[in-house]
Design a protein around this ligand. Sequence first.
Ligand code: PLP
Length: 374
Amino acid sequence: MKLFDVYPLFDITPVRAQGSYLWDDKGEQYLDLYGGHAVISIGHTHPRYVKAITEQLGKIAFYSNSVQNPLQQQLAEELGRQSGYADHALFLCNSGAEANENALKLASFATGRKKVIAFKQSFHGRTSGAVAATDNPKIVSPFNAGHDIVFVPLNDAAAFEAAMSDEVAAVIIEGIQGVAGIRVPEDRFLQLLRRQCDAHGALLILDEVQSGYGRSGKFFSHQYAGIQADIITLAKGMGNGFPVGGVLISPGVRPCSGMLGTTFGGNYLACVACLAVLDVIAEEGLVENALETGSYLMEQLKKFPLLEQVRGRGLMIGFDVPESHQSLRKALLFKHRIFTGASGKQTIRLLPSLSLSKAEADRFLEVLQLELGS
Ligand SMILES: Cc1ncc(COP(=O)(O)O)c(C=O)c1O
C-alpha cells in the first residue's frame, strides 16, 4: 500500500532527537528551530518526559472515559494554576483541529446561534468545522458552504464592528496567527473583541494551539492584552509530541452528559506526557526563557538590513526575506543543517523549543551572517 500523498517532504529521515537537536539516518546533526511545527515545547526526548511516559506505559496506557482517571484532574489543576485559568474547566481531546471543533460546537450549544466571526488568513485545523473557520486558499474545504462564517481582516476594528451582531455565536481568533506567517493581533483589537462579545452575548474563542503554552513569553499570548477568553484551545506544545488537545471552558458554559466526547482524549499516556511538560516548564522557567531568548533573537534579527518586518512574541518569530534571497531556508537546511519553518515564499518562521539557549540562538545568527552579510 502507498501513503496518501498529501505532504511535500524533504529527503531527510530523522532517527534520533535531543533538546534542540535532531540526527538523521546518516548521522548528520541538525539544529531544530521549527519543532515540527511548534510542537516541541520542552525539548526533544527530555529525560523527565521519557521517564514519565515509559513508566506509565508499564502500568496502564488506556481505558475509556467510563472510569475514574485521577491523572486528568491532576492535569486540570496544574494547567489551571500555570495558565491563570483555574476557574475554567478542561476537556481533553487529541489535536488542535478537534479542540477548535469542540469549541465551535460549545459556542453553538451555549448561545443557540450558528454565526461565527473568524479572521482573514486564519488557520484553525482541518476538521470540517475548523477548516470552515480557516481562510487559506491552499486549504480546500468542500464543507465551507455549510457553515455560517464571516471573515474579517485582522486588526480592522471598523470591519469587525460592522460584522458583529446579536446573531453571532462566537468570535474565533488565533493568539498569534502562525500559518499566515506570524501576525500578531493588537492588544486593543483583542480588548475590542472582548467588549463586543460581552455586549452581544457571543463567546470569545482564543485558538492558542500554536501560540500557547509559554511560546509567546506568557502562558497564553492573549494575556498580553489583559483579557480573559471564554474558550481557549490547545494542542501542539501541550504534549511535546504526544498527540493531545485541550479545550479550556469558562464556568458560564454548563456541561451536560453527552455534550462532548472522545475515545482517546485524556488517556493515561497523554496525561502523564502533559504533566511532565508542565513540570519541566515550571522547573526550568521555560516561559521566562522563551521571553528572554526570543527577545534577544528578535533584537539581533532586526539588525540585518536584508530582513524585513521581524515580528512575533517570545519564541514565535517571523521575518520576510527579499526575493533575491528566497533560497535562504533551503541553504539553512541543506548547507547549515538548521530546520526553520516557512509561510509562503518569503517568510521564515522560527518555532523552536522553549528551552532554546542563547548559544543555540547565536549559532543561527552566525549562519545568517554568513548567508546575508550584516
Ligand atoms: C493555530 C492552529 N490551530 C489549529 C491547528 C490544528 O492543529 P492540529 O494539526 O493538531 O489539528 C493548527 C495547526 O497547525 C494551528 O496552527
